[in-house]
Every structure is written in structure tokens, then in C-alpha cells.
Design a protein around this ligand. Structure first.
Ligand code: CTP
Length: 394
């Protein structure tokens, strides 16, 4: 799996930089071509000579260093990479990557690469817990970066906390997993919907629901990583996954219009959105003034999934609070679906807003696949396994 691959190993300026030598050594022994890129700060902690002696290759430490064969061609490194790993990654590097800053050779390489990027943070526990660092990590995660959580233990400051670089073996496992990723959706076109639609009452208010959009965004991101061309029609406003066409909508009617356009030529439509079933018949032009009672006349919205037709695979979601399987089956039949992903929203750590989900996938032949609690990205992978399976048989 590792042999013959090219790993660009980015090292940032943390005391844990010395552990990168062990990582470089293990990777080199496994037959990996390790191209080391160090920030200026990293060279204060460990010498480039140590790393080049281990990898048998020149180490890139600056944009302008004339001795390096990559000094003006950092883009070629970005292109040669099967995977980029930053270990250790400091709060500073993480912040730069999250905002697209490319002011040194490492950040330039990451910005220029299309290869998957793995980040192994190492820093003081307060810096790690700081909301801005957490927010930056979430932004990177949403763009498909793989984050290897730091461990708990003694830190350089002498304190005990979370911030230690993950064990080298865990980092190698993550590299292996990323390299194993499938590209079974290459050449396929997939439309995903996400979020809860908002149906306006007046210029200020709307009828909405609790959908966060996370499941749909995970599906869009993972489908793209597996090679598909992805259009995400969304009523949520989460950070966009990399290389996905995003169409923002607000209402059920807008979503229907966008989906109808997007599915032309598509191989699959996955409706993870929570589409409002009703909308106010009239939208007040001015803000409705307070009175003792307000009657809203609601009319049904179109059922996008039931009405849309074409030769593509139709996947629905069913968020249920009772008789989960029976209700989901009814929807699968009524809407003419190939698959339905059912979840029990009353379960802890599942459903609205959570990062995890516990779902059951039911297909049109009645087969039931009951999955354990897993992250929404893992659920996305399992749903896409099924979509890829159906596409493969066509
Ligand atoms: N859906 C849709 N258009 C609607 C309502 C739902 O395309 N107007 C899709 C959802 O995106 C989801 C599936 O249909 O993939 C099931 O949605 P859900 O809200 O669970 O079911 P409903 O058909 O609305 O039934 P109910 O609200 O009565 O449970």
C-alpha cells in the first residue's frame, strides 16, 4: 500500500518536530518516497540534514534557497504528492491553511496540491482548545482535510493536557487509510441536497426546521473525494467542500428548480435536505405587526423526490421518530426510490446537528442494512458504497 508512493511531509515549528524524524524513517523503510518540506521555524528545532539523511532526498526549507532542486518548483512537489502530511502542525500553520495564506514553501505546497492532506496538530493545550484553533480545524475538516487529533499527556510546558502529537503509528495508519480511498465514482455525476428549507412568512420571519446540513455536506465532500463530479444544492450555509459546485437556495420551490436543472445527465440524486412540507400561501410584503392571534394559511410544497424523474438513482432520507423502518419503507415505495436512509431522530448522538448518525439503509428489494453509530462522513461513505454498487451493475 505504501510502497512506491510519494508522501510530502511538512514539518512546522513545534518542539514535536523531532518526532517527524521517526515518521520519515518509518515511511522511508516502508518504501515511501518522502519529500520533506520544513518551515523556517521547524529548522530551529531539527536540522534539515537529519531529515535528508533519513530520506536520502533533498529537504526543502525555503522558497528562495538556490541549492534545492525544488526551490522554484514547489508546485511540482505539490503535484508529485500522493498525500501531504503535516506533522507536527502548529496553530499558526493551521490558521494559515484555513484562510488560504501561502507565505512560505509549506503553505504554498498545500495550497497548490490536489492530493489529500493530513494534519497532525501539536501545540500547547490552551492554544489547541482556543475556539479560533478549533474553528480553523473545523474549516479544514469541512474541506476534506484529515485531522489526527493530538493526544493527552505531558506537554513541553510541563503541564499535562491535550496537545501532544499523535503517535507515529497512528499517523502512518491515517496515511494508509487515505491512500486506500476509493475512486470508484470517477466519471460519475452526483447531485446532493442539504439543509432545511426556509419558507418566508414576511421579510423577517420564516418557517424552518432543525436540519443542520452536515449529512448532505459530508455526502458531497466524500462523493467528490471518491472521484464524482458533485453539485450540492443547499439551504444551509456551512463551509463549502473542496471542488464541489454549490448552489445556494432558500425555499422548497427554489430547491426544486435547482435540483431539476442539476440532475440533467446525473447518475444519482441524493436528497439529504429536510424540505419543508408546507409554505405560507401568501408572503407578507411588510413585517407583520404583533396582535393577539395570527392565522397563517399554509399550502403544500412539491415533493421534489417523488416528482422528479430521469434515469438516475434516487436516494432519500427519512428522519423518523417512531416506526422508523416501516415509515421509511413506505417513503421508499411512494417516492420510487432505489435506497432510503432512515434514522431515528430520538436517539442520542444521532440526527439533527450531530456530527454522528445511526442509520439503516433500506433498498428497493427490501434488504435492510443496519449500521452502528458512526460519523456522518462514515455514513456518507457507506451510502456511496451502495450507490457505487448499483451504478456498477448498470
Ligand atoms: N422530500 C422532498 N420534497 C419534499 C419533502 C421531502 O424531496 N417536499 C424528500 C426529502 O429530502 C427526503 C425524503 O423526501 O429525502 C423524505 O423526507 P421526509 O421529510 O422524511 O418525508 P415526507 O415525505 O415529508 O413525509 P413526512 O414529513 O410525513 O414524514
Amino acid at each position: 500500500m505504501l510502497e512506491g508512493k510519494t508522501v510530502v511531509l511538512g514539518i512546522a515549528g513545534s518542539i514535536a518536530a523531532y518526532k517527524a524524524a521517526d515518521l520519515a524513517s518509518k515511511l522511508t523503510q516502508a518504501g515511501v518516497g518522502v519529500e520533506v518540506v520544513m518551515t523556517e521555524a521547524a529548522t530551529r528545532f531539527i536540522t534539515p540534514l537529519t531529515l535528508s539523511s533519513i530520506t536520502g532526498r533533498p529537504v526543502v526549507t525555503g522558497m528562495w534557497q538556490p541549492a534545492s532542486e525544488f526551490s522554484i518548483e514547489h508546485v511540482s512537489l505539490a503535484e508529485a504528492a500522493d498525500v501531504v502530511v503535516i506533522a507536527p502542525a502548529t496553530a499558526d500553520i493551521i490558521a494559515k491553511l484555513a484562510s488560504g495564506i501561502a507565505d512560505d514553501i509549506l503553505t504554498c505546497t498545500v495550497l497548490a496540491t490536489r492530493a489529500p492532506v493530513i494534519i497532525a496538530p501539536a501545540m500547547n493545550d490552551n492554544m489547541y482548545r482556543n475556539p479560533v484553533t478549533q474553528e480553523n480545524l473545523s474549516r479544514l475538516k469541512a474541506r476534506g482535510f484529515v485531522i489526527i487529533e493530538p493526544g493527552y499527556g505531558r506537554l513541553a510546558s510541563g503541564k499535562t493536557g491535550t496537545g501532544r502529537l499523535a503517535e507515529v503509528d497512528r499517523i502512518i495508519d491515517a496515511i494508509r487509510q487515505v491512500l486506500q480511498r476509493k475512486s470508484d465514482l470517477a466519471g460519475r455525476q452526483i447531485v446532493v441536497t442539504a439543509g432545511g428549507t426556509r419558507e418566508p412568512i414576511d421579510p423577517v420571519r420564516y418557517i424552518g426546521n432543525r436540519s443542520s446540513g452536515k449529512m448532505g455536506y459530508a455526502l458531497a465532500g466524500v462523493a467528490r473525494e471518491r472521484g464524482a463530479k458533485v453539485t450540492l444544492v443547499t439551504a444551509a450555509s456551512l463551509p463549502s467542500p473542496a471542488e464541489v459546485e454549490v448552489i445556494a437556495v432558500e425555499t422548497a420551490l427554489q430547491m426544486k428548480r435547482a435540483v431539476t436543472r442539476a440532475v440533467k445527465g446525473a447518475d444519482a440524486l441524493i436528497m439529504a435536505a429536510a424540505v419543508a412540507d408546507y409554505r405560507p400561501e401568501e408572503v407578507a410584503r411588510a413585517k407583520i405587526k404583533k396582535s393577539s392571534r395570527l392565522n397563517l394559511e399554509l399550502v403544500a410544497t412539491p415533493d421534489i423526490l417523488a416528482e422528479i424523474e430521469g434515469g438516475f438513482i434516487k436516494v432519500g432520507f427519512a428522519a423518523e421518530s417512531e416506526d422508523v423502518i416501516a415509515n421509511a419503507r413506505k417513503k421508499l415505495e411512494a417516492k420510487g426510490l432505489d435506497l432510503i436512509v432512515a434514522n431515528d431522530i430520538t436517539q442520542k448522538d444521532s440526527g439533527f446537528g450531530a456530527d454522528s448518525n445511526k442509520v439503516t439503509i433500506i433498498d428497493k428489494n427490501g434488504k435492510i442494512e443496519d449500521l452502528p453509530l458512526m460519523t456522518k462522513r462514515e455514513v456518507a461513505d457507506r451510502v456511496l458504497d451502495r450507490v457505487a454498487g448499483i451504478l456498477g451493475k448498470r
